[in-house]
Design a protein around this ligand. Sequence first.
Ligand SMILES: [Zn+2]
Ligand SMILES: [Zn+2]
Length: 274
Amino acid sequence: MAALQQPSGRRGKRLGAVPKLGESRDLMVAKPGRDSPMLYCGKRMAERLIHEILPVGMLACNCSIVGDPETGEALVIDPGDEVERVLGLLARHKLKVLAIVSTHAHIDHVGGLAKLHRATGAPVLMHADDLDLYRALPLQARWLGVEPPETIEVDGFLRDGDDVCWGGFRARVLHTPGHSRGSLSLYLPADLPEPGSDGVKALRLATPRLFAGDTLFAGSIGRTDLWGGSLDDILRSIHQKLLILPEQTIVYPGHGPASTIGEEKQSNPFLVTR
Ligand SMILES: [Zn+2]
Ligand SMILES: [Zn+2]
C-alpha cells in the first residue's frame, strides 16, 4: 500500500475500499501488558555505527540494520521482506541481531518478521496498539492481492518512553499514532558530552537519527485512510513528538529518501501551514 499522502491529483495504483479488520483467532500473538524488554542498557555509547538501509519488497519498505561494530550487536527495524538480503548484510558485518522492531504492523513492514526471527532467534517487538493489524495480516495480503506472509508470536510490546538498548546504543521509543494506532518512531540521540567533560570525546555519534516508520516522510506524511488512521492524530504526533527533536536529526522514513527534522519543519507542505 502506498504509505504516504499523495499531493492532490497524483494517485498511484488504485486499490479497492479498505476492508474492515475482523477478529482472527488462528494467530498466536502475545497479549498486551507484558513488560517491555530492557534489552541491555550499558553506560558506554558506541563510537561508530553500522547503518544499512535496504528497500525491501514490492512497496520498497526501508529496512534498517543498525549495528555496533565493537560489540557486534544489531537492531533490525522493519524487515518487511527479502530476509535473505538482510541476513546477508548481517553476516557481512558479523552482526548478531539483539531485537527486531516494527514501526507498525502494515504488511510491507512486518512481512519478514517470522523468517528473521526464526533465523536469528531475536525477539520481535512492536506497539500493542498494532496487534489487531498484525492479526489481520491475511486480510491485508488479500487486499493487496499478494500471498499472506507467515506470522509469529510477538515477543514484547514497546511503549512511549521505553528505551531499546543494544551494543552501545540506546534509542527512545516515541508512540506516534495516526498512520496506524500503534505506529512508533525510534529516536537515537547523539552521544552528547557528559556535564563537566572536556568535550574531547563529545559527539562521537555526531548526528541524532530518527526512524520514523510511515509517520513522517521527506516532503510528506503517512496516509491516514487505512485501519485506525487519523489525520488529527498523525499531525499531533508529528508536531508534539518529532518536530521538537533537534533540527539536525536525520529522519529515516519507512519509504523513500532520508531528510532532517529542520528540512521538514521548513518545507513539508503538510506541516508548514498549521
Ligand atoms: Zn509502509
Ligand atoms: Zn504503513
